[in-house]
Structure formats: C-alpha cells, structure tokens
Design a protein around this ligand. Structure first.
Ligand SMILES: C[S@@+](CC[C@H](N)C(=O)[O-])C[C@H]1O[C@@H](n2cnc3c(N)ncnc32)[C@H](O)[C@@H]1O
Length: 275
C-alpha cells in the first residue's frame, strides 16, 4: 500500500517532456544542459541545491568514494556528488518514472559514466554488504513508515565508519498538518517521525550521531525567496511545479504553513556506522 501511494504521488508520466519543454524556453538542448540548469527541478527538497551542498559538505567525501543516494528522485544530488566530489554514485528510487528520467538527465549532462540508477525499495537494497563509503537521503523518510527496516538496510550496505547524511521533514510538535504536501496526498501516505525517534532508531541500529540540525530558519528563508521570485516573475521555466503539477500551490502552501507553525521542520542528521 505504502509503495502504491509513493508511485501515485510522484509519477506523472510526463516529467521528462516537461523538463525538456522548460529547457527549450531557456534556449537549452540536451547536449548543452548543465547540472546548474537542472537544479531548480531536480533537487526535490526544501532549500534545493543549497540544502544538498550543506548536507554533503558534512560527509567527508573524496573522489575514491562510492556513494549511495537513497530515494534519489531525478538524480540531482547524485549528479552533484559525481560532478563536485568526483565520486562514483548509485542512486536508488522506488518510482520508475523518476529512475528513467534520472538516467536521461545524466546522459544529457555527460555524467552517465559515474552514476548508476536502480529502481528499488530502500528497505530492500540491491547491493551486497559493506560496499558504500557514504550515503545520503534527502526528503525520503516521510514516505517510509518502517524506518527500522530502512536504517538496517543502509547500515548493512555501508562499510564500517562510513557516514550517512539524512535530510528529512520531521514532526516537531503535535497538531494537524494540512494535506496534500509535496511528499503525500493525504495523511495515510505520510510517515512523519520526530527527531528523537530518528535518533533513537538510528542508534539502536548501530549508528552513532555525529551531528543533528533543525533547519527551520533556513526553510523559512527559502520559502520567502521562492515567494518573492514567484511574485516578481511568475513560475520559472524549470521548477518543482513540473513535478507536482496542478496541486503545486496547495502542497507548497501546506508545507509552508506547517513549518511556519512549528509543526514540522526539515532536520539534518549526520550519522556514522559504528566500527
Ligand atoms: C521528495 S522526493 C526526493 C527526491 C530526491 N531525494 C531529492 O531530494 O530530489 C522523495 C523520493 O523518495 C522516493 N521514495 C519514497 N519511498 C521510497 C522507497 N521506499 N524506496 C525508494 N525510494 C523511495 C520517491 O520515489 C521520490 O523520488
């Protein structure tokens, strides 16, 4: 059930066409596209590219590393890892359309040689034990109820001492969150846990917490900036509205209200597999 809800929430059947149309408006063709051009649409989390940069900077990455991006979506963070840090990257996502789009965008940006994408459930990763030097997961945990199964799979595929960066929307206070939100059409498809619950479950699974940061202020500044840009120039050629379609306004309004009211917030965790 959870997986059907995930596929229904994210797949539209038109994502790549919409991106291509947006790129045309910008005067770009597939061969001339850069990862900077795509950042407005392929970083599907609060704070976009800046949020990815902030998280990845804490993973102590080197070019020799093999990195796993869990719930990679269209692959924006994976391409940043490959381009900026020169890592080899594996991206895993449940939504078939996103995996196909991620592969196409990698081909357009010339990064296919460094990145592989697989359609798979994060709770059943198609990799052997101890194979990754680091992992990241941005705005995915809200779709997965059985977080113990998720942490246990990530723990299994990471080598001892490897860092794992999480950036999820978490439950901060009790109170009704209005739906739809970007990750779910209704409350039944949304699995928000508190930072305390994340911390405890990660520790029980064999991770040590290196850092934890509530990014509420960063999120509110990001929302203000997006609103100002919309008011000044309308929707950009490339943006998250290409993924969320007609419900973009309602989904964004509800998450902005939830963060503003202190009910939810994006929170980072940097954890390390205990040696
Ligand atoms: C909000 S998007 C974030 C995508 C990407 N991490 C980013 O920040 O751009 C959430 C993604 O998680 C994926 N997802 C949700 N549940 C999953 C699961 N159980 N296994 C793998 N991917 C999952 C969805 O298909 C979707 O692409």
């Amino acid at each position: 059930m959870e997986h059907d809800a995930v596929a229904q929430n994210y797949g539209t059947g038109q994502v790549l066409d919409r991106i291509q149309a947006g790129l045309q408006q910008l005067g770009k063709v597939p061969g001339s596209v850069t990862i900077e051009d795509l950042a407005a649409v392929d970083e599907f989390h609060i704070g976009g590219r800046q949020a990815s940069e902030d998280l990845l900077a804490q993973l102590e990455l080197s070019a020799a590393d093999r990195v796993l991006d869990i719930g990679c979506g269209l692959g924006g963070t994976a391409r940043l890892l490959a381009s900026r840090y020169r890592c080899r990257v594996s991206g895993v996502d449940r939504t078939a359309e996103y995996v196909a789009t991620a592969r196409a965008l990698c081909a357009w940006t010339g990064l296919s040689g460094q990145i592989e994408f697989c359609q798979a459930d994060a709770c059943r990763l198609p990799f052997g034990a101890d194979v990754f030097d680091a992992a990241c997961m941005l705005h995915v945990g809200m779709n997965i109820d059985d977080k113990a199964a998720l942490w246990s799979e990530v723990h299994r595929v990471l080598r001892s001492g490897a860092r794992f960066g999480i950036y999820d929307v978490m439950r901060i206070a009790d109170g009704a969150l209005a739906y739809p939100v970007p990750w779910a059409a209704d409350a039944a498809a949304s699995h928000l846990h508190s930072p305390q619950a994340y911390r405890q479950a990660l520790q029980e699974c064999g991770f040590s917490v290196v850092a934890e940061r509530n990014r509420r202020d960063f999120a509110l500044a990001f929302f203000s900036q997006v609103r100002a840009q919309l008011a000044a120039a309308g929707p950009p050629a490339l943006g998250l509205h290409l993924l969320m379609g007609a419900s973009t306004g309602a989904r964004m309004q509800n998450i902005i209200s939830g963060v503003s009211a202190g009910l939810v917030a994006p929170v980072e965790f940097i954890v390390q597999k205990r040696r």
